[in-house]
Design a protein around this ligand. Structure first.
Ligand code: PEP
Length: 250
């Protein structure tokens, strides 16, 4: 049985003190052991947030990392720096990184590997544009993102340490959610791709989230689909809606 994982991607929102205030306002309302709950504040808030997550009821995630260990990479953050702040998860390959910062599958793959090597679990984001969906290229796009994103990652690591987030780009921040059937179809396809590369045992264990305008109203249906093992939540993770999503009914 795969444990659900619900992660809030706060993106470039909240100063460190605003992030702290917000988390303190919802923390006591999150009371579930059945779901892994992760919050991903911006880099400047990671330290403040880790200090109030001591009990581990909610886990700490980062939104990005650089794959080089250290050196002259102005503006970048290494895995060791995340580890020093007790970060347990890190989003990689979010479509906004791919779109605005030109991240390629190869960059994403380097990040996935360096995170795993140093004990942080990557949340690998994949997903198609509306154009790709309309041209029926969605499956080949996502398959390539999975294959290149996980290149040279072992079966054991995929099984134990990787989370995959299916995030159709047309659904991110738009208020247009994929239907539960569309989300389920792609998550099942991703599981099939994982089975082809790594075998059934790994594919039955790997957790696959859906992301894209998840909110308190649509979360129940999405989270009860067979192949959807959680959600990556953007806008709604900045509000009390996140509590309702985490406490969804199963
Ligand atoms: C995201 O950015 O990962 C996301 C899913 O955003 P939203 O929930 O706002 O669509």
């Amino acid at each position: 049985m795969r444990k659900k994982i619900i992660a809030g991607n706060w993106k470039m929102n909240y100063t460190a003190s605003q992030a702290e205030d917000f988390l303190l306002s919802i923390l006591d309302l999150i009371n579930t052991d059945e779901v892994d709950v992760v919050v991903c504040p911006n880099y400047t808030a990671l330290d403040r947030i880790q200090n109030i997550l001591d009990d581990k009821k909610v886990k700490l995630g980062a939104q990005n990392v650089y794959f080089e260990p250290k050196g002259a990479y102005t503006g970048e953050i290494s895995v060791d720096m995340l580890n020093a702040l007790n970060v347990e998860y890190c989003i990689v390959g979010h479509s906004e990184r791919r779109q605005y910062f030109n991240e390629t599958n190869l960059d994403v793959n380097k990040k996935v590997k360096v995170l795993i090597e140093k004990g942080i679990k990557p949340i690998l984001c994949v997903g198609e544009t509306l154009e790709e969906r309309n041209e029926n290229k969605l499956f080949e796009k996502v398959e390539l993102q999975i294959k290149e994103g996980l290149l040279d990652v072992s079966a054991e690591d995929v099984k134990n340490n990787v989370v995959i987030a299916y995030e159709p780009i047309w659904a991110i921040g738009t208020g247009v959610t994929a239907t539960s059937a569309q989300a389920e179809e792609m998550c099942a396809y991703i599981r099939k791709v994982i089975a082809q590369i790594y075998g059934e045992n790994v594919s039955e264990s790997v957790r696959i989230q859906y992301g894209g305008s998840v909110n308190a109203k649509n979360a129940n249906e999405l989270l009860n689909m067979d192949n959807i093992d959680g959600a990556l939540v953007g806008g709604a993770a900045l509000t009390n809606d996140f509590v309702a999503i985490v406490n969804y009914e199963n």
